[in-house]
Design a protein around this ligand. Structure first.
Ligand SMILES: [Zn+2]
Length: 262
């Protein structure tokens, strides 16, 4: 069963050893993540599935990183001290692979170091409760509908098992919100983020599939596909989407949101 589902951003600057003074600028996000971490701890998931838009993203296939053990570190960001280890849920990966192999393009890879899209949410939520296995999944560049279909197939595998499963969409919204934004400024970026949040709250998945290329170019987001994978998993479940925080101190939209199941 799915016991926890959340949208979590992945700013490296929120890692204290990386962000240093910048961490203060992400206070809203930090507070929201503290709330989310306690909720995660209370739900005691056996398995955590993380959808990341970074790492190995193939144009025409989804990727599951399949190993008995993974390392998390932030060496790419100059932090040579933080280290965590996670175990992979090979059993559930195999169940899932059997289901999707014939319908969706899937690559199983073995990459011992987790990409930061996977690593940052796990680092943030796994501070207290650590008794879980993980399934690291990378989105693809396939169309949005196939990302929902991937989530739906995953849901079937989850429900054929009696594990308590947490789903995390590792997602940053627009990267063009201010003049200092890393991808430059677009006046339409703010509107894009507002719409994504509105559609999540109103559970208008179909609307989220309607963003055209121009809008997506104006936004330069990296979160829509992981969010759609999450929405595929929880499709037809009864929930409220609660926004715990949204801010953009560096010109990138950071949303923390939780699906509260009824
Ligand atoms: Zn990103």
């Amino acid at each position: 069963m799915v016991v926890f589902a959340a949208v979590v951003p992945h700013p490296p600057l929120i890692i204290p050893s990386v962000g240093k003074d910048n961490v203060e600028k992400l206070q809203k996000t930090q507070k929201a993540l503290d709330i989310l971490m306690r909720e995660f701890e209370a739900q005691k998931p056996d398995t955590v599935i993380v959808f990341s838009p970074h790492g190995d993203v193939y144009p025409d296939a989804f990727t599951i990183n399949t190993l008995p053990e993974y390392d998390l570190n932030f060496e790419d960001f100059g932090d040579f001290e933080t280290r965590m280890k996670f175990s992979g849920d090979i059993g559930l990966i195999n169940k899932f692979r059997e289901r999707v192999e014939t319908t969706l393009p899937l690559i199983l890879k073995s990459e011992p170091v987790l990409d930061y899209g996977i690593g940052i949410p796990l680092f943030l939520l796994g501070q207290n409760y650590k008794d879980f296995k993980i399934i690291p999944v990378n989105s693809s560049l396939l169309d949005f509908e196939q990302h929902i279909a991937f989530g739906e197939a995953l849901k079937e595998a989850i429900f054929s098992d009696n594990k308590r499963v947490a789903i995390i969409a590792s997602a940053d919204l627009s990267h063009k919100l201010t003049k200092k934004a890393p991808a430059g400024f677009s006046p339409k970026a703010r509107e894009f983020d507002k719409k994504v949040i509105q559609y999540l709250k109103q559970q208008k998945v179909d609307q989220m599939l309607q963003f055209d290329n121009e809008t997506l170019n104006d936004a330069q987001e990296c979160g829509l596909r992981p969010i759609l994978m999450l929405l595929g998993v929880i499709k037809n479940m009864n929930y409220d989407f609660q926004v715990l925080s949204y801010e953009s101190p560096f010109g990138v939209g950071y949303l923390v949101g939780e699906c509260k199941f009824k």
